[in-house]
Ligand binder design. Structure first.
Ligand SMILES: Cc1cc2nc3c(=O)[nH]c(=O)nc-3n(C[C@H](O)[C@H](O)[C@H](O)COP(=O)(O)OP(=O)(O)OC[C@H]3O[C@@H](n4cnc5c(N)ncnc54)[C@H](O)[C@@H]3O)c2cc1C
Length: 299
């Protein structure tokens, strides 16, 4: 009840409070902060994927700046020999401006990442971009870039068709539930429905021999994946678990101890607000954290 109230009133919570509470989910505002965060993850045998915060860019100049920033991240990964890839949102690289412009931007980033042996994941955004994102993924692969992968959201009703299509080209997947608000005509709304679709899609990907990033903090789905992997002797080079920075760290450590590969999504940048609000809305302990921060306790 209190969580729901606080989630609804987050837009009026002062930004410094949101920043204080959300700081665990964000590496910081610049590349050195992201590098430091990835270093400490690599030290506990977790891989990373760095995300430059920012989406829905509306000018060419902004998209070019975002593209240049992604190039700087790739160079930092190389220079500091980080066990990390990059995650990119196509809208921040110009998908809303012009398809060809966006394609050239993302192609350049992934080509450079390939030269230094790193992987670039195309994050999946909301439904107006699903088909475009998948099409760009296919085109990148056709153009010889195999160091890239796509994301499937289990809340989308279309996802089974997408997966059955994409396994034919041995796609590299990240499977998650999906974070955006979508209409019930195109997306499952119930918690169990979304879970059940996740449990349906993961075996299709794994049976086809595709690489899967199992992106979830949900115990039931983690256990489902663990059992499936053990029962079907899925090789360790065919999957990894993925979690967000600052979320369920003890579960993260448990999976690493069991010998599973683990990759942490490490967001950084000036545009931290929207991302932080989304994470706080998912956090069941949010009310307590926000109230503590409001009263200056424990921050
Ligand atoms: C690596 C990674 C990449 C992602 N990429 C995308 C993407 O490209 N597109 C997209 O739409 N979505 C993406 N997501 C978000 C995803 O779709 C879900 O919204 C998010 O992971 C929450 O779903 P869940 O499976 O963890 O289950 P939930 O049911 O939300 O969470 C399960 C449990 O985990 C804990 N938990 C979850 N979130 C938090 C939190 N913020 N703070 C504290 N505890 C928490 C709680 O105990 C909760 O009960 C990504 C998620 C991950 C982990």
């Amino acid at each position: 009840m209190l969580n729901t109230l606080i989630a609804k009133s987050l837009p009026i919570v002062p930004k410094p409070i949101v920043k204080a509470v959300a700081s665990r989910y964000i590496a910081g505002e610049d590349i050195p902060a992201a590098v430091a965060s990835v270093r400490s993850l690599n030290a506990i045998r977790a891989k990373a994927t760095i995300d430059v915060l920012g989406e829905f860019v509306s000018s060419r100049t902004q998209a070019q700046e975002e593209t240049a920033m992604s190039h700087r991240v790739v160079e930092a990964i190389h220079e500091h020999k980080l066990d990390s890839g990059l995650s990119v949102k196509l809208t921040s690289l110009g998908l809303d401006i012009e398809d060809e412009f966006c394609y050239n931007n993302v192609f350049g980033i992934i080509k450079r990442a390939k030269e230094i042996g790193r992987f670039v994941r195309l994050d999946m955004e909301n439904s107006p971009y699903t088909t475009k994102t998948i099409d760009i993924y296919k085109r990148l692969r056709a153009d010889g870039l195999d160091n890239t992968g796509v994301v499937i959201q289990s809340y989308m009703r279309r996802s089974e068709d997408d997966v059955r299509d994409l396994v034919k080209m041995n796609a590299s997947f990240r499977l998650c539930k999906g974070i955006y608000k979508e209409h019930e005509s195109i997306a499952f709304q119930g918690y169990e429905e979304v879970r059940n679709n996740y449990k349906k899609l993961l075996p299709i990907m794994m049976e086809a021999g595709c690489y899967v990033g199992i992106a979830t903090h949900d115990d039931e789905l983690i256990d489902f994946a663990r059992h499936y992997i053990a029962k079907h002797s899925i090789a360790t080079n065919k999957y990894e678990f993925q979690m967000l920075l600052g979320v369920r760290e003890s579960k993260r450590d448990e999976l690493i101890r069991e010998g599973h590969a683990m990759r942490i999504y490490v967001p950084f940048g000036h545009d931290w607000y929207g991302y932080s609000v989304r994470r706080l809305k998912e956090n069941p302990d949010m009310a307590g954290h926000v109230v503590k921060a409001m009263f200056g306790i424990g921050q």
